[in-house]
Write a protein that binds this ligand. Structure first.
Ligand code: AGP
Length: 367
């Protein structure tokens, strides 16, 4: 009903706007004296001390949150992270053992492939922390430890706020792990936490650009295909951007590591193909700009998402959306909001059933 949607036309839009609150509710209870602390969650530091590597198991958007977590943990902590699609992991002989920390991520806590993959991981002797949104769900009950995300109920089939808080949970785990292993000093961990909290006002500011994003959707809605490109953290996020667009707007979308384009996909870039280029990572910004020039030269309609006020040749893009300046490790939170809005407005502009896309269920309990 309209009342349940809190004045928003769809649950998805309401849930996109709830992200600052969802993040606050998920992060702040785990901060004690400005440091990450899982005492209330009952997560024993032993699991972090013993961990030599990490395997994240999940499906769909939850798996994409794991890919972001991998990029963050590997670059910050130098601990190897493997991300496994649950429906693949379950049918192979897993390369995990008691030294592996398994992180299982699920909004519903009921996805059958994820649940069965988790049971297998436990049989292999790994300790399992689940990141789950629905209280008391099967995955939450059966995991060794649970870090509940507090996004509140997510009604739209397309996951938005649950994804943000899953990423936040990965960041909290990464920070605690770094601290326990002595990779981070207390000072460094405090700085990390303050930047993580800093993403909340940044998202609030980002949401003010919704109308800008809407104009982009009016272009994308006419396209049969769209491409999301990025490098590093931006690439991990583009996977989710493409999934979101596909599932609710039915525009075929692919995510590509920008440097991979020239190995095949660039053949598909022709006149007016929308390319959503994420360029929030200063270390690879120039490389991104040259990739963007390559697609632009082939006639692509380029939507550039970049950070802060860096001066860019305006010729390289057709539409420029900026997110506020911040540490490049944390840009995924604000950029995710832009990608969610692109998918939302495209679906809405096509007159589709945004909250209930065809063929999809909120919780997938079939194998
Ligand atoms: C997200 O928009 C999807 N509808 C889907 O990929 C979802 O994330 C996936 O089915 C996993 O669900 P879960 O988090 O409840 O396990």
């Amino acid at each position: 009903t309209a009342a349940q949607k809190g004045g928003f036309p769809h649950f998805m839009l309401k849930e996109i706007y709830e992200q600052p609150e969802s993040l606050r509710n998920t992060i702040t209870p785990r901060i004690v004296n400005s440091l990450p602390d899982f005492t209330e969650d009952g997560i024993d530091d032993e699991v972090f001390k013993n961990c030599e590597n990490i395997t994240v198991i999940a499906c769909g958007t939850a798996m994409h949150a794991g890919i972001v977590g991998k990029a963050m943990i590997e670059s910050e902590l130098r601990i190897p992270v493997n991300v496994e699609i649950a429906s693949e992991f379950r049918y192979k002989e897993p390369l995990i053992n008691e030294k592996t920390l398994v992180i299982v991520t699920s909004q519903s806590g009921e996805t059958i492939d994820t649940l069965e993959a988790m049971r297998l991981a436990k049989r292999c002797g790994s300790k399992v922390i689940s990141i789950v949104n629905v209280k008391g769900s099967t995955i939450a009950r059966e995991s060794d430890y649970v870090l509940y995300t507090h996004a509140g109920p997510e009604i739209a089939v397309a996951s938005t706020k649950a994804y943000s808080v899953q990423m936040a949970a990965m960041y909290l785990i990464g920070c605690r792990l770094g601290l326990v292993k002595g990779i981070y000093s207390e000072e460094q961990a405090k700085e990390f936490i303050s930047k993580l909290l800093g993403t909340i006002p940044v998202i609030e500011e980002t949401l003010l650009q919704a109308d800008e994003v809407k104009t982009v959707a009016n272009y994308i809605k006419m396209a049969p295909d769209a491409f999301f490109i990025g490098r590093g953290m931006d690439y991990t996020l583009s996977l989710e951007g493409a999934l979101k667009l596909k599932e609710i707007s039915y525009v075929h979308a692919e995510a590509y590591a920008a440097g991979e384009l020239k190995h095949g996909t660039i053949a598909l870039i022709t006149e007016n193909v929308p390319v959503i280029a994420l360029a929030t990572q200063p270390a690879v910004y120039e490389k991104m700009v040259s990739n963007i020039r390559e697609v632009k030269a082939r006639g692509a309609y380029v939507i550039l998402i970049s950070m802060g006020d860096e001066v860019t040749d305006t010729q390289i893009c057709d539409k420029h959306i900026r997110i506020p300046k911040q540490d490049s490790l944390f840009t995924v939170f604000a950029a995710a909001v832009i990608l969610q809005l692109i998918a939302y407005y495209t679906s809405d502009a096509k007159g589709l059933d945004v909250d209930k896309p065809r063929n999809l269920a909120k919780s997938v309990t079939v194998e």
